[in-house]
Write a protein of this length. Structure first.
Length: 209
């Protein structure tokens, strides 16, 4: 159902549509009263970032206030970023926000934060620049009087999904939406303490039941 490009699995586009729509529908179901307050996606360069962009596009098409903050570089002609803009969403990029003042304001303007920066393939420790931005976000959330609801896409960014270890910069989630099946490391400590509520959604495989 997928091919391997280097170390990273490349999933068919229809699977991304399926799982991203499942993520969006879960947000619609759980947080329907937050439509106008909106959702901000923290977007990485890999599959999780792509899933987050597609989910944001679905939400924007449903009339939600939906924005993306690109934390790790994506191609300038990224079709998923273009799709979000066509759907009525807004794109912010860290490369154009040198002191992250735009990130602070954007976080304050949205009720839900989708954490789609890192996925299941990471190894700790995190690279310094990425660790610094995740820690910045974590501290800002911690210091907010009305912090956003954090929904982790597949896993909170900064968790090793094999060992269950977590980076000190990891952003704790209120809800983790994991794709296809439970990752073994998520059931181990300290990872388990960072998940919040846990939901599993399918990726469109015939044997998912």
């Amino acid at each position: 159902m997928w091919v391997c490009h280097g170390w990273r699995p490349i999933y068919p586009a229809w699977q991304q549509e399926y799982r991203s729509r499942g993520l969006a529908e879960l947000i619609l179901e759980e947080y329907c009263d937050l439509k106008d307050e909106g959702v901000l996606g923290l977007v990485g360069s890999g599959n999780n970032g792509g899933d987050t962009l597609v989910a944001l596009s679905y939400l924007a098409e449903k009339g939600w206030k939906a924005s993306a903050y690109i934390v790790r570089p994506r191609p300038a002609d990224d079709v998923l970023m273009q799709r979000l803009i066509r759907s009525g969403g807004v794109i912010h990029e860290i490369e154009k926000d040198k002191n992250q003042s735009g990130l602070i304001k954007t976080m304050q303007d949205h009720a839900i934060l989708l954490d789609g920066v890192l996925g299941t393939g990471i190894r700790l420790p995190l690279k310094q620049n990425l660790a610094e931005i995740l820690d910045f976000i974590r501290i800002e959330i911690q210091n907010e009087l009305n912090p956003p609801i954090v929904v982790a896409v597949d896993c909170p960014s900064g968790i090793d999904c094999d060992s269950g270890e977590s980076a000190p910069e990891c952003i704790p989630a209120n809800l983790t939406v994991t794709m296809a099946a439970m990752k073994s490391g998520l059931m181990k400590f300290p990872a388990f303490n960072l998940l919040g509520d846990l939901r599993v959604i399918g990726i469109g495989l015939p044997d998912e039941g």
